[in-house]
Design a protein around this ligand. Structure first.
Ligand code: ADP
Length: 146
């Protein structure tokens, strides 16, 4: 009998954060994702507004570092993208590594290129619910090409 393969074609939202853009790492980070077979299906450069960031990070609103996240994410324009592929949400998060870049394993994007808990290169959706909400927050259906 054929082994049962458990996979789903998913979409996930990724943001190349200001430290990624300032260090000119966008190409290298993108390659980490495309190398494992994820496809780029939407992409735009944006200067993020405070109101949009407050919505995007609303679950951190009560944290003392919340104002720092908002100001950091507004330091310069960022690249926002949608990746698609088998188990794209988990695959992207695994490649990214844990939140704190200073302890993230080498070989992960954050471990190789990030600085700390805040300046950690990229955001990636952490669940199917979050991905659906976040993709709709940044893109219309006409801006997604698959
Ligand atoms: P992740 O980005 O790994 O999913 P979280 O959802 O917990 O992490 O946090 C969202 C973002 O908020 C982080 O990527 C980081 O930029 C910022 N952040 C989280 N925790 C801290 C912290 N303790 N100090 C500063 N910034 C933080």
């Amino acid at each position: 009998m054929e082994p049962k393969v458990n996979f789903m074609i998913e979409r996930t939202l990724v943001i190349f954060k200001p430290d990624c853009m300032q260090k000119n790492l966008a190409g290298m980070v993108m390659e980490r994702f495309t190398k494992v077979g994820l496809s780029l299906i939407a992409c735009k450069m944006m200067r993020l507004q405070e109101s949009l960031l407050q919505e995007h990070y609303d679950f951190l609103m009560d944290k003392p570092f919340f104002p720092n996240i908002v100001s950091y994410m507004m330091e310069c324009p960022v690249l926002v993208l949608v990746l698609s592929g088998e188990n794209a949400i988990a695959v992207t998060r695994d490649l990214l590594g844990p939140t704190d870049s200073s302890t993230a394993p080498k070989g992960t994007i954050r471990g190789d290129f990030g600085q700390d808990k805040s300046r950690n290169v990229a955001h990636a959706s952490d669940s199917q619910e979050a991905a659906a909400k976040e993709i709709a927050r940044f893109f219309t259906k006409y801006e997604i090409f698959d």
